[in-house]
Design a protein. Structure first.
Length: 134
């Protein structure tokens, strides 16, 4: 776990980066800091969305937005994960995260579709799916 002093230093560094170049990466970085800071998920969403406004293909911002939405139980969680998967389908852990979230939401049909998608992409016995199970 990060210490509050580490988070404060990271927040200061990311704000300085935003002031210097206003890049999507800097906004995504500040959003990530707020993800780790208790009680600041709304601010995390704001900065991750700014990152995506600056660069709609900013994968780290999209994935972290999905993760924040999942923690907030936001109605756009599934769509946010789907966008991250569309950006980089080689990241198998995103499918696993999505399936876990769907199960937690009692969306068993969605979890089953995600599992089928995972298995069709990564058949049993491949390094990404050695056991064939989610």
């Amino acid at each position: 776990a990060l210490l509050q002093s580490d988070l404060s230093a990271a927040e200061k560094a990311m704000k300085k980066a935003i002031g210097a170049d206003r890049s999507a990466g800097a906004y995504a970085g500040l959003g990530r800091v707020y993800m780790a800071t208790p009680g600041r998920l709304d601010e995390s969403v704001r900065y991750l969305r700014k990152a995506l406004w600056k660069d709609r293909n900013c994968f780290c911002a999209q994935l972290n937005l999905a993760r924040v939405y999942a923690r907030m139980e936001h109605y756009s969680t599934d769509r946010a994960y789907q966008r991250a998967i569309a950006m980089d389908s080689s990241k198998t852990e995103i499918l696993l995260e999505l399936a876990d979230w769907q199960i937690g939401q009692q969306n068993l049909e969605g979890a089953e579709r995600t599992q089928i998608r995972y298995r069709s992409t990564y058949p049993a016995g491949t390094p990404n799916n050695a056991g064939g199970n989610l």
